[in-house]
Design a protein around this ligand. Structure first.
Ligand code: HEM
Ligand code: HEM
Length: 168
């Protein structure tokens, strides 16, 4: 692929690969979060089926989510547009913290699923980590969406546009 193909990120723009991964991840995380939480809400007789649904969905999306984290580590985060150095650093740290939380979910989830039948201390620790990180991740996602909406409403810049279409 040539560099001008819009597939890859440039120093100040997301390419189609990053954009597709961003929205696929957003959908996957929200779906997994709600199925995960619903395990606590269903009647006891449906608990096993709901837990299995979460595990199967999580494992099916595992490669996509892990690949997305590795992708962002491999290609550097594009510079934010029209912002000070400080806001760019804060935004970048927030993005990397979300990816770190996602990585913790991807390790603690399968670990727990694997240890589940035995309900060992390690399984309980993995559940505590998984449940706490799920909450942290969702709080960060809400802040992230708030930040994006702030750009949409109060800043006349390309922050929102460039996570939908590559800018050149
Ligand atoms: C579970 C949901 C979400 C997660 C985990 C997430 C995560 C991220 C991450 C890690 C980045 C950094 C770029 C990258 O690696 O692709 C990013 C960028 C961005 N996200 Fe999200 N996101 C989510 C949902 C949303 C939603 C719903 C919106 C819109 C309202 C949004 C708007 C943006 C924007 C505008 C950027 C680009 C920021 C920039 O220009 O530096 N995100 N997101
Ligand atoms: C972004 C990815 C994920 C999110 C957001 C997520 C979210 C959640 C949530 C919210 C819960 C309920 C925790 C609680 O409040 O007690 C949960 C439980 C659980 N998750 Fe995940 N999860 C993810 C990935 C995975 C993966 C990849 C697996 C493994 C295959 C997995 C396996 C489990 C298991 C076994 C439980 C425990 C069910 C129980 O016995 O209570 N999760 N998850």
């Amino acid at each position: 692929m040539t560099k001008g193909s819009n597939l890859y990120d440039s120093s100040n723009s997301f390419g189609w690969i990053s954009i597709t991964l961003h929205w696929a991840t957003a959908l996957a995380v929200v779906v997994l979060w709600f199925i995960g939480k619903s395990i606590l809400w269903v009647p006891t007789e449906e608990l096993d089926a709901r837990r299995s649904l979460h595990i199967v969905t999580g494992l099916s999306l595992w490669l996509l989510l892990a690949g997305r984290i590795l992708w962002r580590l491999r290609v550097r985060h594009p510079r934010a547009v029209g912002q000070s150095d400080r806001t760019h650093v804060v935004a970048r740290i927030a993005h990397f913290l979300m990816l770190t939380a996602l990585a913790v979910m991807l390790v603690s989830g399968p670990l727990m699923a694997w240890l589940l039948p035995e309900r060992t201390a390690l399984a309980n620790a993995a559940l505590a980590v998984h449940a706490t990180t799920a909450t942290v991740l969702m709080v960060m996602v809400v802040l992230h969406i708030g930040g994006a909406l702030k750009h949409l409403m109060f800043h006349d810049d390309e922050t929102i546009a460039r996570i939908f279409v590559p800018r050149r």
